[in-house]
Ligand binder design. Structure first.
Ligand SMILES: Cc1cc2nc3c(=O)[nH]c(=O)nc-3n(C[C@H](O)[C@H](O)[C@H](O)COP(=O)(O)O)c2cc1C
Length: 450
């Protein structure tokens, strides 16, 4: 859904310096707050803003295996953006700066195609995730998405094939929904964990539930205990109804999940991963997003769609002003039509540079954070313990440094990305180190219910 880019096929000569980060492991899926896979809404600028504002890992939108196979990989030498171009448009776009945090989600019902798709993109990503949650007929009729929940042999054969084919530095993970019965869910989970996945995300709704139905998050605790009991260290990620960083703490307390994944709240406000999310979105986020999207050559239609999803609260801007802006947006046909929103200054390169700086300033394994003002206690694994020790002295992990509580009106969030991962929900409120922590015709139109 992005404009097709006609660019150099080789890596950008101006690729920015990348954070020093080893490849992800299951530990990196723990103690995090993640941006969920979202067709359309999970566009590159949104993922970058989410990362800047504290998302520990970001999932790309689901892309059906076949869709990426014949795409041409091209690099924009001026921005470093990597596009996988289809015939008329980019199917997927990414940037090297997000690679250490980027999980690429595939839709598949075929182990071989899944492996081919994964191999096509693996140089630009850190993990592959299999979508087993989309309940829409366009997905299920081909045996993909939620259809895999009732075909565990196929589901597990895809995961095993991916695990065998991918080098160790690429994690394999999966996103499922609950089955109607808890017993069946646990049986499925057991088989999934045995495939060697690093993380399991559970969207806490069943296939037939709609987004307006409250997620059944209380069912997750037993699943988490079960997975922990299997002793393989696999991370269980809760998904469903989390509203942001603060709310993630509640979700973890209720569920015991290692991490929390956010979709719609992040679609409405991609800064929700921060303890101090932006509030006046039309005033602050819109110009920033517009500038960034234009700089990255993000397709206008996608940019417009994402902007229209942002929903903040009105603090300094009157609701009537915001309505005017929304009308303006709905009439706009290109970036230039919204030039006055950015005071005619398209300084997207600066916005991008700030984001790069924020991401690069994360220490290696920066999400292995100790909650500020919490006292660290010895950890179970040597690895985790040494990580905790190494982080304790970092500006992000120093005990006693309280995170800022309010976003100064009219400014961008000053806090370092990823600061203040939620606590584990155990009784001692034990602060564990928080780990690091496109579509074209073949891929279906997004719906909120995948
Ligand atoms: C616009 C939109 C697009 C989505 N696309 C995907 C997708 O590509 N893959 C997927 O697994 N789930 C997708 N979903 C589902 C979300 O990832 C998530 O499971 C669901 O919205 C529940 O989380 P929430 O309560 O935080 O919104 C999508 C949801 C929305 C709103």
């Amino acid at each position: 859904m992005m404009t097709r880019r006609s660019l150099s096929a080789s890596p950008s000569p101006r690729s920015p310096k990348r954070p020093k980060l080893e490849h992800l492991t299951s530990e990196d899926f723990k103690n995090g707050v993640f941006l969920a896979p979202m067709v359309r809404s999970g566009a590159l600028p949104t993922r970058l803003i989410a990362l800047q504002h504290g998302a520990t890992l970001v999932w790309g939108p689901e892309i059906v295996d076949k869709a990426i196979l014949h795409a041409k990989r091209e690099v924009d030498p001026s921005t470093g953006v990597i596009s996988y171009n289809g015939v008329s448009r980019a199917i997927f776009a990414t940037h090297p700066i997000e690679k250490p945090y980027l999980i690429y989600q595939i839709g598949s019902a075929d182990p071989e195609l899944a492996v081919q798709a994964a191999k096509t993109v693996m140089q630009d990503i850190s993990g592959i995730d299999l979508n087993c949650g989309c309940p829409k007929p366009f997905s299920t009729h081909a045996g993909m998405g939620a259809a895999l929940l009732t075909n565990p042999d196929l589901l597990c054969s895809i995961l095993k094939a991916l695990r065998e084919a991918m080098p160790l530095e690429i994690t394999v993970s999966v996103k499922i929904r609950l089955l109607p019965s808890q017993e069946d869910t646990l049986k499925l989970v057991e088989r999934i964990i045995d495939t060697g996945v690093s993380a399991l995300t559970v969207h806490c709704r069943t296939r037939n539930m709609r987004d307006r139905d409250a997620a059944l998050i209380e069912r997750l605790r037993e699943i988490v205990d079960f997975v922990n009991g299997m002793g393989k260290g696999v991370a269980v990620v809760e998904n469903g109804d989390c509203q942001g960083w603060e709310d993630a703490k509640r979700v973890r307390e209720v569920t015991g999940a290692h991490s929390v994944m956010i979709a719609r709240a992040a679609e409405s406000n991609p800064t929700c991963f921060s303890p101090t999310p932006m509030v006046d979105l039309e005033k602050i986020l819109w110009p920033k997003y517009l500038r960034l999207a234009k700089h990255l050559d993000n397709w206008w239609g996608l940019t417009k769609f994402c902007l229209a999803q942002f929903k903040g609260s009105y603090v300094t801007m009157k609701k009537s002003e915001a309505t005017q802006l929304r009308n303006k947006l709905s009439q706009a046909k290109n970036f230039e039509d919204l030039s006055d929103l950015v005071d005619n200054s398209w300084t997207g390169e600066e916005v991008f540079r700030e984001i790069v700086q924020s991401i690069e300033s994360r220490p290696p394994r920066e999400h292995r954070l100790i909650m500020p003002s919490q006292k660290a206690v010895p950890l179970e694994s040597d690895d985790a313990a040494s990580l905790a020790k190494s982080i304790c002295g970092s500006p992000y992990g120093s005990p006693g440094s309280e995170p800022g509580m309010i976003t100064p009106i009219g400014t961008e969030n000053p806090e370092p990305p990823g600061s203040g991962a939620p606590l584990l929900p155990d009784e001692q409120r034990r602060p564990l180190p928080s780990m690091i922590t496109g579509h074209n015709a073949v891929t279906p139109t997004p719906t909120p219910s995948c």
